[in-house]
Design a binder for this molecule. Structure first.
Ligand code: HEM
Length: 409
């Protein structure tokens, strides 16, 4: 808990708060629900109702951060400009009407009906990855399953070759250190810019190839929209291919890792799930609520907003803490308890409103298949000894590694 006697450590970027942010979230919700954070240079909003209100006001809290904010620094840092030019075309960083146009073009590919056909591919991939380790009795779950599975699935949907997932990981990791809000000393801009440049080159080449030979995949779908006069530029096509690939695996890796970690840390909950696999649906929602892969997002105020005794100024950065909202006792009974029988439908792990995660169904499907398969195939699955290390990031939450062991030893 936060020690009130010595004064709470409110630095959201401190090592301790990044490893375990829940005590500082609780303090902020109770004492300063709209809090100016010096270290973030931004407002932190931590209560459930406030986060929902913020996400419901996209005209006041804009998502267009790369064109509104980072351009201020672009002349000083060419690397920032390179990153901002691509990311400024991502639909997640656009406001209406551009956001609606870009989202409308791809969303039919992410409906539950469309994705049902991915179930077999997910199951086959999970089985193949487990086949490779099952006799060994041990694995690093992140490296050997939670990373490759979502990467193979999204690469397949996009139309990218499966064997490219290793270089894709290297490039995406560079971007993740910037977008994820890494709190270590790396030069995020330079790294992100190298990662983005490589991903852009990669997709330009693949798209040119798809143009000659269209397939039934997302790249071909976007190219058709470009050609059929849906006002989609080639830069937008390339940028949103990078977005889908990036958003489609990094986050899901962390859902699988965080989810399995917490289940194994709570053996009684894991036992409930083993005994009754019909709980899987709610269990995945509960794991998303309890410790989701995206703790916070970033918005920009477009006007002055008086809020809970403070005044957010036009142009200020505002950070809705989804992970804090998901532990708000004003919304969830006994929120710090993991309960796979809970039905936390209104959790905010996938955000809320117009930017609600496009890949939510895909991520849920992957998590259900993987958890079900792991529990079925690995008897006495348990955490290997050792303390978990969370990646030092603010906006993405995931484990560096997750060593597991199973079978009689
Ligand atoms: C557990 C896994 C995932 C989590 C927790 C997650 C979380 C989120 C969140 C919080 C947002 C809103 C961001 C904001 O408003 O700033 C978002 C948007 C988005 N996500 Fe996910 N995501 C996940 C998986 C995926 C997958 C598998 C895809 C697939 C391709 C995906 C694609 C997207 C896209 C395209 C958007 C932008 C939607 C829009 O702006 O309208 N995500 N996601």
């Amino acid at each position: 808990m936060v020690e009130e006697t010595s004064g709470p450590d409110l630095d959201l970027k401190s090592r301790r708060n990044v490893q375990d942010p829940f005590p500082v979230y609780a303090w902020l919700r109770d004492h300063e629900p709209v809090h100016w954070s010096e270290s973030l240079n931004a407002w932190a909003v931590t209560r459930y109702d406030d986060v929902v209100e913020l996400l419901n006001r996209p005209a006041t809290f804009s998502s267009d951060r790369f064109r509104r904010i980072d351009e201020r620094y672009a002349s000083q840092r060419p690397a920032v400009r390179a990153v901002a030019e691509i990311l400024g075309n991502w639909l997640v960083f656009r406001d209406p009407p551009d956001h609606d146009r870009l989202r409308g073009l791809v969303q039919s590919s992410f409906t539950p009906k469309h994705l049902e056909s991915s179930r077999d591919r997910i199951q086959r991939t999970a089985d193949a990855l487990l086949d490779a380790v099952v006799a060994r009795g041990a694995m690093d779950f992140i490296r050997e399953l939670a990373f490759p599975l979502p990467a193979i699935v999204i690469a397949g949907l996009m139309g990218a070759p499966e064997e490219d997932i290793e270089p894709i990981k290297t490039w995406s990791d560079r971007l993740a250190s910037y977008l994820g809000g890494a709190v270590d000393a790396r030069d995020n801009f330079a790294e992100a810019s190298a990662g983005v440049a490589a991903l852009v080159d990669y997709f330009r080449t693949l798209l040119a190839e798809r143009e000659r030979r269209p397939h039934d995949d997302l790249m071909s779908l976007m190219l058709r929209a470009e050609h059929e006069g849906d006002h989609l530029t080639r830069d937008e096509v390339v940028a949103n291919c990078v977005l889908l690939l990036f958003a489609g695996h990094e986050t899901t890796t962390n859902l699988l890792g965080n989810g399995l970690f917490h289940l194994l840390r709570h053996p009684a909950q894991a036992a409930l799930l083993r005994a009754d696999p019909s709980l899987l649906h709610h269990a995945v929602e509960e794991l998303l609520r309890y410790d989701g892969p995206v703790p916070a997002t970033v918005k920009i105020a477009t006007e002055d907003v008086p809020w809970r005794g403070r005044t957010i100024r036009r142009g200020d950065i505002v950070v809705p803490f989804l992970a804090s909202a998901n532990r708000d006792p004003r919304q969830f009974l006994d929120p710090d308890t993991l309960d796979v029988r809970r039905q936390p439908e209104r959790h905010l792990a996938f955000a809320w409103g117009i930017h609600f995660c496009l890949g939510a169904w895909l991520a849920r499907l992957e998590a259900r298949v993987v958890l079900d398969t792991a529990f079925r195939r690995l008897p006495d699955l348990a955490l290997a000894p050792g303390e978990p290390r969370w990646k030092p990031m603010l906006f993405l939450r995931g484990l560096e590694s997750l060593p597991l062991e199973w079978g009689s030893r």
